[in-house]
Design a protein around this ligand. Structure first.
Ligand code: 5GP
Ligand code: ZN
Length: 118
């Protein structure tokens, strides 16, 4: 069973913010912003590559509720999902990073030439 499935099953403790029948949101163990929450489906989905449009529709509602719950919907925030090796996905269970609570930087994503691919 993967790490986040264990969090869903409460085999590994987490600091839960919001939970419904299909999704769970908890604080990231290694926060990169004052607010850093992970939103995941309770069923195992490897990554964004495999998620259905229907699940994403419900995930959208869930993430909006998180933003309201932690009061960042007005000040602004960022939603990120990393996919695969180049995306930097370490945990192979679909998750959305919800980051906020401060002005976020728009980072340096790669040492490669950003104009090099096309
Ligand atoms: P990824 O790099 O796969 O997009 O993000 C995985 C995230 O999961 C990282 O931000 C990491 O800090 C977080 N993480 C890894 N293990 C745990 C854990 O056991 N508990 C919690 N709450 N977060 C975790
Ligand atoms: Zn899983």
């Amino acid at each position: 069973m993967c790490l986040f499935c264990k969090i869903v099953n409460k085999e590994i403790p987490s600091n839960i913010i919001l939970e419904d029948d299909n999704f769970i949101a908890f604080h990231d163990i290694n926060p990169k912003a004052p607010v850093h929450i992970l939103a995941i489906p309770k069923v195992h989905v490897d990554s964004f590559n495999e998620v259905s449009g229907e699940m994403m529709s419900n995930m959208t509602d869930f993430i909006q509720k998180i933003a309201q719950e932690v009061k960042i919907e007005e000040s602004g925030y960022r939603v990120i999902t990393n996919i695969g090796d180049n995306g930097g996905q370490e945990v192979k269970h679909l998750h959305f990073h919800v980051l906020g609570g401060a002005k976020l930087k728009w980072g340096h994503f790669s040492d490669a030439d950003p104009k090099g691919h096309f």
